[in-house]
Design a protein around this ligand. Structure first.
Ligand code: CMP
Length: 176
Protein backbone atom coordinates (compact mmCIF):
# COMPACT_ATOMS: atom_id res chain seq x y z
CA UNK A 1 0.00 0.00 0.00
CA UNK A 2 1.24 3.50 -0.80
CA UNK A 3 2.13 6.10 1.80
CA UNK A 4 -1.12 8.02 1.67
CA UNK A 5 -3.18 4.85 2.02
CA UNK A 6 -1.15 3.94 5.09
CA UNK A 7 -1.63 7.47 6.44
CA UNK A 8 -5.37 7.16 5.99
CA UNK A 9 -5.65 3.82 7.76
CA UNK A 10 -3.28 4.92 10.54
CA UNK A 11 -0.59 2.32 9.86
CA UNK A 12 2.09 4.89 8.92
CA UNK A 13 4.35 5.39 11.89
CA UNK A 14 4.70 9.16 12.42
CA UNK A 15 7.05 11.02 14.62
CA UNK A 16 4.17 12.70 16.40
CA UNK A 17 6.52 14.98 18.32
CA UNK A 18 8.02 16.25 15.07
CA UNK A 19 7.40 19.48 13.24
CA UNK A 20 4.94 17.98 10.85
CA UNK A 21 1.45 16.89 11.63
CA UNK A 22 0.58 13.63 9.91
CA UNK A 23 -2.50 14.95 8.20
CA UNK A 24 -2.79 18.71 8.33
CA UNK A 25 -5.63 19.00 5.92
CA UNK A 26 -7.08 15.53 5.58
CA UNK A 27 -10.72 14.73 5.46
CA UNK A 28 -11.47 17.04 8.38
CA UNK A 29 -9.82 20.13 6.90
CA UNK A 30 -11.95 23.22 6.43
CA UNK A 31 -13.16 23.55 2.87
CA UNK A 32 -12.53 27.29 2.71
CA UNK A 33 -8.87 26.86 3.77
CA UNK A 34 -8.45 24.20 1.14
CA UNK A 35 -10.00 26.41 -1.53
CA UNK A 36 -7.59 29.21 -0.65
CA UNK A 37 -4.63 26.84 -0.86
CA UNK A 38 -5.80 25.47 -4.18
CA UNK A 39 -6.28 29.00 -5.52
CA UNK A 40 -2.53 29.61 -5.07
CA UNK A 41 -1.56 26.69 -7.34
CA UNK A 42 -0.58 27.86 -10.86
CA UNK A 43 -2.18 24.73 -12.37
CA UNK A 44 -5.54 25.91 -11.07
CA UNK A 45 -5.21 29.60 -11.85
CA UNK A 46 -7.91 29.50 -14.54
CA UNK A 47 -10.39 27.79 -12.20
CA UNK A 48 -13.48 29.63 -11.06
CA UNK A 49 -14.42 29.60 -7.38
CA UNK A 50 -17.12 27.04 -8.24
CA UNK A 51 -14.51 24.78 -9.83
CA UNK A 52 -12.15 25.26 -6.87
CA UNK A 53 -15.00 24.34 -4.55
CA UNK A 54 -15.55 21.10 -6.41
CA UNK A 55 -11.77 20.43 -6.43
CA UNK A 56 -11.58 21.01 -2.68
CA UNK A 57 -14.20 18.29 -2.17
CA UNK A 58 -12.03 15.67 -3.88
CA UNK A 59 -8.64 16.82 -2.54
CA UNK A 60 -6.90 15.74 0.63
CA UNK A 61 -3.88 17.63 1.95
CA UNK A 62 -1.03 15.70 3.56
CA UNK A 63 2.18 16.77 5.23
CA UNK A 64 4.81 14.16 4.53
CA UNK A 65 8.14 14.03 6.39
CA UNK A 66 11.47 14.24 4.51
CA UNK A 67 12.67 10.83 3.41
CA UNK A 68 9.23 9.20 3.36
CA UNK A 69 8.52 6.92 0.44
CA UNK A 70 5.49 8.27 -1.39
CA UNK A 71 5.29 5.83 -4.31
CA UNK A 72 7.33 2.78 -5.20
CA UNK A 73 8.26 1.77 -8.75
CA UNK A 74 6.46 -1.38 -9.87
CA UNK A 75 3.61 -1.10 -7.36
CA UNK A 76 0.04 -0.24 -8.31
CA UNK A 77 -0.83 3.43 -7.94
CA UNK A 78 -4.19 5.00 -7.14
CA UNK A 79 -3.32 8.61 -6.38
CA UNK A 80 -2.38 11.79 -8.20
CA UNK A 81 -0.08 14.14 -6.27
CA UNK A 82 0.41 17.86 -6.60
CA UNK A 83 3.16 19.52 -4.56
CA UNK A 84 2.01 22.49 -2.53
CA UNK A 85 5.25 23.07 -0.56
CA UNK A 86 8.62 21.36 -0.40
CA UNK A 87 10.07 18.99 -2.93
CA UNK A 88 9.91 15.35 -3.96
CA UNK A 89 12.62 13.30 -5.67
CA UNK A 90 11.65 11.03 -8.53
CA UNK A 91 14.12 8.14 -8.84
CA UNK A 92 13.73 7.50 -12.53
CA UNK A 93 16.69 5.08 -12.43
CA UNK A 94 19.59 4.44 -10.07
CA UNK A 95 21.55 7.23 -11.76
CA UNK A 96 18.76 9.62 -12.71
CA UNK A 97 16.84 11.63 -10.15
CA UNK A 98 14.46 14.46 -10.88
CA UNK A 99 13.48 17.01 -8.25
CA UNK A 100 9.94 18.33 -8.36
CA UNK A 101 9.02 21.46 -6.42
CA UNK A 102 5.89 23.46 -5.62
CA UNK A 103 3.29 23.43 -8.40
CA UNK A 104 4.68 20.25 -9.96
CA UNK A 105 2.74 16.99 -10.01
CA UNK A 106 3.42 13.27 -10.21
CA UNK A 107 1.54 9.98 -10.20
CA UNK A 108 -0.46 10.81 -13.32
CA UNK A 109 0.98 7.92 -15.36
CA UNK A 110 -0.52 5.08 -13.32
CA UNK A 111 -3.86 6.85 -13.20
CA UNK A 112 -3.90 7.39 -16.95
CA UNK A 113 -2.86 3.93 -18.15
CA UNK A 114 -3.60 1.76 -15.11
CA UNK A 115 -0.02 0.43 -15.10
CA UNK A 116 2.29 0.23 -12.10
CA UNK A 117 4.28 3.21 -10.83
CA UNK A 118 7.03 3.98 -13.35
CA UNK A 119 9.41 5.41 -10.75
CA UNK A 120 9.95 5.63 -7.01
CA UNK A 121 9.09 8.98 -5.43
CA UNK A 122 10.50 10.08 -2.08
CA UNK A 123 9.94 13.26 -0.06
CA UNK A 124 13.16 15.24 -0.55
CA UNK A 125 12.21 17.77 2.13
CA UNK A 126 9.11 17.91 4.32
CA UNK A 127 6.47 18.15 1.63
CA UNK A 128 2.85 19.22 1.60
CA UNK A 129 0.84 17.34 -0.99
CA UNK A 130 -2.59 17.71 -2.52
CA UNK A 131 -3.79 14.18 -3.16
CA UNK A 132 -6.55 13.13 -5.53
CA UNK A 133 -7.66 9.52 -5.73
CA UNK A 134 -8.26 7.55 -8.90
CA UNK A 135 -12.04 7.60 -8.52
CA UNK A 136 -11.95 11.42 -8.60
CA UNK A 137 -9.34 11.87 -11.29
CA UNK A 138 -11.97 12.39 -14.00
CA UNK A 139 -13.51 15.22 -11.92
CA UNK A 140 -10.08 16.85 -11.88
CA UNK A 141 -9.64 16.42 -15.64
CA UNK A 142 -13.09 17.84 -16.34
CA UNK A 143 -12.95 20.75 -13.89
CA UNK A 144 -9.50 22.18 -14.49
CA UNK A 145 -9.24 24.16 -17.72
CA UNK A 146 -6.13 23.25 -19.69
CA UNK A 147 -5.15 20.36 -17.40
CA UNK A 148 -5.29 17.73 -20.14
CA UNK A 149 -3.01 19.88 -22.29
CA UNK A 150 -0.57 20.34 -19.37
CA UNK A 151 -0.59 16.58 -18.71
CA UNK A 152 0.15 15.86 -22.38
CA UNK A 153 3.03 18.36 -22.49
CA UNK A 154 4.49 16.92 -19.26
CA UNK A 155 4.15 13.34 -20.47
CA UNK A 156 5.80 14.20 -23.81
CA UNK A 157 8.69 15.77 -21.92
CA UNK A 158 9.04 12.72 -19.67
CA UNK A 159 8.95 10.31 -22.66
CA UNK A 160 11.59 12.42 -24.44
CA UNK A 161 13.83 12.34 -21.36
CA UNK A 162 13.37 8.55 -21.08
CA UNK A 163 14.31 8.12 -24.75
CA UNK A 164 17.37 10.32 -24.41
CA UNK A 165 18.46 8.32 -21.41
CA UNK A 166 17.94 5.00 -23.26
CA UNK A 167 20.03 6.37 -26.15
CA UNK A 168 22.81 7.42 -23.79
CA UNK A 169 22.80 3.98 -22.17
CA UNK A 170 22.86 2.25 -25.57
CA UNK A 171 25.74 4.48 -26.72
CA UNK A 172 27.64 3.66 -23.50
CA UNK A 173 27.04 -0.08 -24.00
CA UNK A 174 28.43 -0.07 -27.56
CA UNK A 175 31.58 1.77 -26.42
CA UNK A 176 32.39 -0.84 -23.74
P1 CMP B 1 3.54 7.17 -11.98
O1 CMP B 1 4.19 6.20 -12.93
O2 CMP B 1 2.12 7.01 -11.71
O3 CMP B 1 4.35 7.16 -10.61
C1 CMP B 1 5.70 7.62 -10.61
C2 CMP B 1 5.69 9.01 -11.17
O4 CMP B 1 6.97 9.61 -11.34
C3 CMP B 1 5.13 9.01 -12.60
O5 CMP B 1 3.78 8.65 -12.56
C4 CMP B 1 5.43 10.42 -13.01
O6 CMP B 1 4.52 11.31 -12.45
C5 CMP B 1 6.79 10.62 -12.33
N1 CMP B 1 7.88 10.47 -13.32
C6 CMP B 1 8.19 9.40 -14.05
N2 CMP B 1 9.25 9.67 -14.87
C7 CMP B 1 9.58 10.95 -14.64
C8 CMP B 1 10.58 11.84 -15.17
N3 CMP B 1 11.46 11.45 -16.10
N4 CMP B 1 10.60 13.10 -14.71
C9 CMP B 1 9.74 13.51 -13.75
N5 CMP B 1 8.79 12.72 -13.22
C10 CMP B 1 8.70 11.47 -13.66
Amino acid sequence: MELIGRMMDGSFDYDRGGRLEPVSGGPGARQEDKIERLREVPLFEECSTKQLRSLAKITDVFDVPAGALIARAGEPGDEFFLISDGSARVDVSPDQHVLLGPGKFFGEMSLLDGGPRSATVVANTPVRLFVIRRRNFSVLLNDVPGLIHTLLVTLSRRVRQAEERAERLAAGATRT
